[in-house]
Unconditional design. Structure first.
Length: 291
């Protein structure tokens, strides 16, 4: 089923190549869904963009829906990244990208892994950009999992086969995080690799990086992870600007900020499962960045 849907999606992209003769006012938008859901969960956002910015071409990524959203981040980055590169070829004038929850972290890593992308503006909607240390959303399938011991599962070779394990960031077991995590420390350029310059270039070239999150989220923990803030060893939240990833400009956040291309948005009273179901979020915080 999933394979069929994805093959269909490739053909869809190809057909759009043939149809893309019209010049309209807005750049195409690619939308990536969150964990344990699929493209249907992103229809409110897609429909609202089309309503308010008529003529916008929208690609709501169907891959890795439901359980398959738990597959490793690198697998998802490779496949969805190729879709985004194919779509970018169809629209040489550039595209915009929106990712919700896990989809926003996938999107960010895709920009880094495929630095030749032509994404103009990227909006991260409540995504665990600095990692996650909360199990609430995992209780559906791991009812007994608690933060304190989850590292035993995730910081292992098997645990690294899951998307959540790839961005699990236990502030009390940082040495294991750096040793076992094969995703987040790399895309954060916290671990030396030959990819460091291109990982930085892929984000730094954006016209705008928009990070949206809020204190009533309830799932992203700490919620400031949506703004690249994170816990220290005492579980005190350290602001992005006081963390090495920003201060040492590891992935371009400081460069973007100094050029007024980084936008941090905090919205209260929105729970994690409401961000993509709330029309006023689209109107107030997404549409202004979709040119
Ligand atoms: C990473 O590389 C830098 C310089 O290239 C070096 O100073 C640093 O010690 C390296 N870090 C690790 C953990 O290998
Ligand atoms: C954590 O708290 C202890 C005791 O208050 C303090 O000595 C230590 O420096 C703190 N560590 C960090 C990383 O802030
Ligand atoms: C948040 O919700 C509370 C209670 O419903 C309300 O009093 C408050 O004004 C709301 N704040 C915002 C920023 O919407
Ligand atoms: C929708 O978003 C607004 C902020 O734009 C917030 O005040 C409101 O509480 C949200 N509604 C729901 C149901 O989450």
């Amino acid at each position: 089923m999933a394979t069929m849907a994805c093959r269909g999606f490739n053909i869809f992209i190809f057909l759009l190549t043939l149809l893309n003769n019209d010049v309209n006012g807005y750049h195409a938008v690619v939308v990536i869904h969150g964990v344990l859901t699929g493209s249907d969960s992103m229809e409110l956002i897609s429909n609202r963009i089309q309503e308010m910015h008529p003529g916008t071409q929208i690609y709501n990524i169907p891959r890795y829906a439901g359980w398959s959203s738990l597959e490793s981040m690198w697998h998802q980055v490779e496949e969805i990244g190729m879709d985004i590169m194919s779509i970018g070829v169809v629209f040489p004038e550039g595209i915009n990208l929106i990712g919700y929850s896990q989809g926003g972290l996938l999107a960010r890593a895709i920009l880094q892994r495929f630095p030749n992308h032509n994404v103009r503006n990227f909006i991260s909607l409540s995504s665990p950009q600095a990692g996650q240390y909360g199990t609430q959303f995992l209780h559906l399938f791991f009812p007994d999992l608690v933060c304190e011991t989850a590292y035993e599962l995730f910081y292992s070779r098997i645990g690294q086969h899951t998307s959540v394990g790839n961005y699990w960031n236990d502030p009390h077991h940082q040495e294991l995080y750096y040793k076992y995590s094969n995703f987040l420390p790399y895309v954060n350029n916290e671990k030396n690799s030959t990819k460091m310059p291109t990982f930085k270039q892929g984000l730094t070239k954006l016209n705008r990086l928009v990070l949206i999150g809020g204190p009533d989220d309830g799932v992203i923990t700490p919620w400031q992870s949506s703004h690249f803030g994170y816990y220290d060893a005492n579980q005190t939240v350290i602001d992005m600007r006081d963390r090495s990833i920003y201060k040492d400009d590891l992935i371009g956040l400081r460069t973007l900020n100094e050029n007024e291309r980084l936008v941090l948005i905090t919205v209260s009273n929105v729970t994690h499962n409401e961000w993509h179901k709330n029309v006023s979020i689209v109107d107030d915080f997404l549409l202004p960045y979709l040119d």
